[in-house]
Design a binder for this molecule. Structure first.
Ligand SMILES: [Zn+2]
Length: 113
C-alpha cells in the first residue's frame, strides 16, 4: 500500500488539513469540489472499495458515518441537508482505490447531483 495516497495521508506522510478525525477515519476537503461543500471521509485502514466491505467492517463504517455527521456540522450543511455517497468503479468516477465516502452539499443537489 506504499503508493496509496490516502494511506500516506493516514500515516501523516502527506500533510493535508483535516476537517475532523476519529480513531478509525479522517475527513478532508476534496481538491476538486463538485459543490460548495465536498468532503471525503476516509478510513485509516486500507480498504480497496465498497465491494470489499463485509460484516467485519461494521465498526469502521460506523465510525465513518459518525465522522460524516461531525463533518456536516462543521461544514455547515447539517440543517440544509447533504448527500453521502460511495463511488464504485470507473463509470462512477472512482479515482483513488482506497475506500472513501463523499459528503456533498451547500447547494440543491437534485436526484443525482
Ligand atoms: Zn490506502
Amino acid at each position: 500500500m506504499s503508493d496509496c495516497l490516502f494511506c500516506k495521508m493516514a500515516a501523516g506522510e502527506v500533510d493535508v488539513p483535516r476537517v475532523a478525525e476519529n480513531a478509525a477515519a479522517f475527513a478532508i476537503r476534496d481538491i476538486n469540489p463538485r459543490a460548495p461543500v465536498h468532503a471525503l471521509i476516509i478510513p485509516r485502514r486500507h480498504i480497496g472499495w465498497a465491494r470489499d466491505l463485509g460484516m467485519e467492517d461494521g465498526a469502521t463504517l460506523g465510525a465513518m458515518f459518525e465522522l460524516a455527521t461531525e463533518a456536516a456540522d462543521i461544514e455547515g450543511v447539517a440543517e440544509s441537508g447533504y448527500r453521502l455517497a460511495f463511488n464504485v468503479g470507473e463509470a462512477a468516477g472512482m479515482t483513488i482505490s482506497h475506500l472513501h465516502l463523499h459528503l456533498v452539499g451547500g447547494r440543491p443537489l437534485g436526484p443525482e447531483g
